[in-house]
Every structure is written in structure tokens, then in C-alpha cells.
Design a protein around this ligand. Sequence first.
Ligand code: FEC
Length: 293
Amino acid sequence: MNPPRMNAARTKPFAETKVGAEELHPVPLTLDGAAILHQMVSFDWTAWGKLDTAKQSKALAEFVGVFALWEGDSSSALYSLLGHKGDLLLAHFRNSFDELNAAELKIKQLGIFEFLNISSSYLSVVELGLYESSVKLYRELVAKQSAPHSAEWNQAVQDLLARQAEAMKPRLFPKIPASRYLCFYPMDRLRGEDKNWYQLPIAERQRQMEEHGQVGRRYAGKVQQIISGSIGFDDWEWGVDLFADDPLIFKKLIYEMRFDEVSAIYAKFGTFYVGIRCPAGKLGNLLAGETPE
Ligand code: FEC
């Protein structure tokens, strides 16, 4: 018996063969930077309340001694979380996963760790998507009849990434913004049977991301966004960190983006965490029931 005939359109990724679409490589280039860990913490208020004041002060001083150094170079930040999802959120931006792990282990050595229950966490790396340059480069390479992953193709990709990484270094390894409010959540792009982001031609994804960027840029100066990629690292595809001095901006921006094609059709969201920045030196006040100043 003859083997079942394969549909010719299925022998290649859909995105490269869709009628009328250019045959461009589907994967956008990205630049990857700082390693990020978010730790969501429930605090053991009852056990802490039973600890005598001298022991509380000692544990706090030890914590501040470590955390304030990290705050000094804006590589870690502490937030007081709103709602039932936790009490504290610790954000760490480092140069590598090894450095993140070192920070995590350091916290576990501190006396205060006895009262910290890490109820959730999220691991990701700062990601700058290069849709526009990818499409431009892929078109040039197609014009030169350079096949994906050939030596010439690989060299052109490497050259582009090296140039862009140099130009975007500060954005790849950002300091944690000093803003009073943080909104963090993970998200995916839809991979449904009918609507699948990953099966759209790259030029169409670029168009939708361009539209997304235009909406985002209207919020320049009011919000700072840091997008981190987490495919292969955590349960969702991206982490979104938004920093602002007015929490209402989060609602307005995210609501407006819901009307973007890329969000209206292809965005799926995880749990939202909203926190108020608390300098480590004020953790004692927070644990005594005072909202951070
Ligand atoms: O396919 C992908 O590469 C997806 C990665 C990605 C996600 C994502 C989600 C959100 N963003 C939000 C806010 C802003 C603001 C600006 C902005 C611009 C970009 C650009 C890229 C990009 N965003 Fe995005 N966003 C993702 C990727 N976003 C690429 C354009 C260039 C750049 O800035 O890197 C404007 C920033 C500026 O220029 O000032 C603000 C928010 C979300 C989650 C809500 C949603 O509906 O998607 C908010 C995933």
C-alpha cells in the first residue's frame, strides 16, 4: 500500500509557505541580556511576632547588610505586595544564572529566611526582540540566495547581533528602575488550533509588533517596561515588568494594549503581581505594619 500523501504545504513550516507570503525564515532574532529572578514571598507574621525584639533587630540588620548592597547597584529590589498572592516580592537582575543562584543561596543563609516562605518565583532573561532588523536582513539574504543556516547566512546573523548588542547594551543589562510601583506578570502568545502566533509569517508578526510598540511609546516617560524571555526557563513564554510612579498607568496601558491585534488575538496572561517599592532599610517598619513611605 502506498504511504499516505503528504500535503506539500505541510512539508515546510506553515509560516514559510502560506500563499502570497514571502519565504522568509520564521524565527525572529533576539538579544538576550540580564538574568532575572522574581521571588514571591509569604511572610510568617505569627512566628516573627513571637520573636523577641533583639532577635528581630539582629535578623533585620543582617538582611539589610546584604540587601542594601544589592540595592546600591540596582541589581535587587524589594516590594511590598498587595493582595493575597504574597507579602513581599524580591526582584534580582544579574549577569548570569550562576549569579542569580548565588543571590538566592545567600538569602537562604540569612536568619530572616526562617520567616520567608518563597511561595512562587519566575526565571527569565531580558529579551530585546529584533523583528524589524530580522525581516530586513532575511529579505537581503533571500535576495542574495543565501540559504538559512549556510555559512554566509550565519555570518550575517552574527554580525547583526554583535552590532545590535553593542548599541543596546544598557537596555540588555538594565538597572532596576527606582519607581514606586511594580507590576509583574508572565504571558504567552496563543498557539490555538485556529489562531496560532507561531504560524503567522514573520512579516505579519513584525507588523503587529510594530503596532504594539506604537501604543507602548505613547506611555514614554510614564512607565518603563522590561520584557524578559522565559521559553525553556519557566512556565510561560515572557515575563513583563512594568515600573511606574502612578499605578493607574498599568491599568491604562494594559487596557489600551488589549485593543492591539497582537494582544486582542494572541496574548494570554498569567498571574499579576503589584508591589510598592520598600527600601531594605525600611523592612522593619513594613513588618511593624507601616506602608512604605
Ligand atoms: O513576540 C515577542 O517578541 C513578544 C515580546 C513582547 C511582549 C510584550 C508585551 C507587552 N509590552 C508592553 C509594553 C510595552 C511598551 C513598549 C513596548 C514595546 C515593545 C517592543 C517589543 C516588545 N514590546 Fe511590549 N512586548 C514585547 C515586545 N512594549 C519588541 C518594541 C521595541 C522595544 O521597546 O523593545 C514601548 C517601549 C518604548 O519604546 O518606550 C510600553 C506591555 C505588554 C503586556 C501587555 C500586552 O498586551 O502585551 C504592557 C510579550
